[in-house]
Write a protein of this length. Sequence first.
Length: 282
Amino acid sequence: MSDAIEAVLDVVAETAPDVRGGLAGRRVYEAGENPTGDRQLEADVYADELLAERLLDLEDVGGYASEERESVLDDEGSYHVAVDPLDGSSNLRSNNTMGTLFGVYDEPLPAGGDALVASGFVLYGPITTMVTAREGTVTEAVIEADGSRRVVDPALTLPEEPTVYGFGGRVPQWGEAFSTYVEAVESELKLRYGGAMIGDVNQVLTYGGIFGYPGLVDRPSGKLRLLFEGHPIAHIVETAGGASSNGERSLLECTPDSLHERTPLFVGNDEYIDRLEAALSA
Ligand code: FDP
């Protein structure tokens, strides 16, 4: 087990109480937008700055890329970290779940999913938890007030029996093939959609099912970003025994041409991902 990767996981965990503690006073929008045109909250910028500084302080971290920054911050080191500092931050105004999502790569960014060596997310729910995937194992821990991790599930796996689903984007913007697929899913599973990908995927990890943000009629690549959201969440779900897809193939088989490239994103139980790919290719 590489200490350098463990050090990255430690820094994210140790930073989580600071991010959480800083949310209450940072619910207002900044003047700026992030590189993909989303309005930034003060909390997005705050979380990004904390993580950039602390991760780049680590000896082995040679690059930091973030959804909130145009380009990579380079340093010396063999590992490169891509971070969505506050995924689902539009939930801050309504005081709902959000998270921090990250992937650790052994190649400079942007890189393919096959260069991921670890991934994880922090979920700021009623309690703060952290799910990490590395070396074939997914672990769930509670983050204590001092930033230490108390493992609550050392080998998290996706339940075999799917129960819940959640799909993003406005329904009139879904294509016909996807809409037909969703009709079938709706008759089989229960809707769970909270508007923060990490929260919604964590429902799938807990209860089984499928989460997706499809390509839209006026935006075929959808909303979510391959490097910051697609790769790490696919790595976690696939390591937990599930599957991921961009509609055609695993997100881990995809390499972005640019840092902020978007992708349709689907993760969940194999059966639902297989049926989705069949429906979209028909
Ligand atoms: P947000 O814009 O609040 O950061 O990362 C993008 C994201 O949230 C995801 O977490 C979430 O799944 C999605 O956007 C929600 O988009 P919609 O508002 O279109 O449902």
